[in-house]
Design a protein around this ligand. Structure first.
Ligand code: ZN
Length: 52
């Protein structure tokens, strides 16, 4: 199995990544991806919650 970040052989301790660094990179991507909309889409207004 290869590291999806850099393509090096995965380390058993950090698999599927080769190192903690690559694991952190992937985690960062995942977090940013879950919060940010791809740049090819217009920013959608956040739904407003009304307190009643
Ligand atoms: Zn790597």
């Amino acid at each position: 199995m290869k590291c999806p970040i850099c393509g090096k052989p995965a380390d058993a301790h950090y698999r599927p990544f080769c190192s903690k660094r690559c694991a952190d990179i992937d985690l960062g991507r995942w977090i940013s991806g879950s919060y940010r909309i791809p740049s090819d889409e217009p920013e959608a207004p956040e739904p407003k919650r009304q307190e009643s």
